[in-house]
Design a protein around this ligand. Sequence first.
Ligand code: C5P
Length: 400
Amino acid sequence: MLKGKKIILGITGSIAAYKATYLICGLVKKGAEVQVVITPAGKEFITPVTLSALSSHPVISEFFSNRDGSWHSHVDLGLWADAMLIAPATAASIGKMANGIADNMLITTYLSCKAPVFVAPAMDLDMFAHPATQQNIDRLRGFGNHIIEPGEGELASHLVGKGRMEEPDRIIEILEEFFTGSQDLQNKKILITAGPTYEKIDPVRFIGNYSSGKMGFALAEECARRGAEVTLVTGPVSLTVTHPQIRRIQVESAEEMYKAAMAEYPQADAGILCAAVADYRPEQVCTEKIKREKTGEMQLRLIPNRDIAASLGAIKREDQLLVGFALETTDGLTNAASKLEKKNLDYIVLNSLQDLGAGFQVDTNRITIIDRKGEITAYPLKGKKEVAQDIIHKLVTLVS
Ligand code: C5P
């Protein structure tokens, strides 16, 4: 799995730097080649001698190896790697990465790196919770970096909270999953709905909602990465797909989404209905712009849209799966369980608008999965990419 993989291990100035030794040993044991790049502060916590002995490579920390004019090329290093892992990643280094402040070898290597980047933050609980840190982490997520969430526990300050670097064994597992789990949906066809729908009022106005499409797009990327052929039926969003195995069908209204989804589902092995579909649409669409001067007070008569999830649930075959979402403000578990039943879903992903960081527009989500057996799994707050992995992990256990 990790055999022959070239990994850059970036170490920054955290007390958790000692855990990098376990990371190197674990990675080398799995057959990976590890090149350590360390920040000046990192060297205060662990010596390059230890790191080079364990990795069997000289440690890189300075731009210039000596005073004879030779220098380390961060560009070559960035291109050499199959993955870059920054563990531990301090608040300062995360801030520099998020803002492109390339004042040491580790940050320049990060900026040059074409390979996937994994970041394992390690810091005190208040530093981690600070909006500056959280915004920087969100920016890294936005760049497509994988954030390995820190755990909760006793920190170097002896305070207890979230900020403890994920355990080395688990970090190695995450890298392994990235490189191997990739093909467990090969030959599978997955239909995904994403984004909001716009229901026209007149040529310039519509009824919409705050859905950004981020969760649905993350699911599409995750399925494609694992080998599936994905059909992504999306409402209006400002996102692009990157994977060649994702076929995008652009729609605007709930009715258009319904038609596309009904046409595509019979060919699919599974459907994941992530879109925030408008429940109602104006009964009449004005062909001309409605004028305030003419209309004065106005009433908009709305009629219900068709429920795509329930309609697909009704035509679902034995060999197909169907996954839905529930965004609830109250009684989340009860409402989600009843939707699971009503729409004939195999499992439902509940997110509550009461949870900070969950729901529309944000890059994070906190979900609970409820399946047909009544099994309930609650997950911590994670980036949408990681949440997509959890949702698809569940799909993989059910897909035949
Ligand atoms: O009933 P509710 O809208 O809360 O259900 C949410 C789930 O149903 C989501 O998976 C959503 O994508 C799907 N849905 C749909 N068509 C609708 C309304 C909701 O597919 N018209």
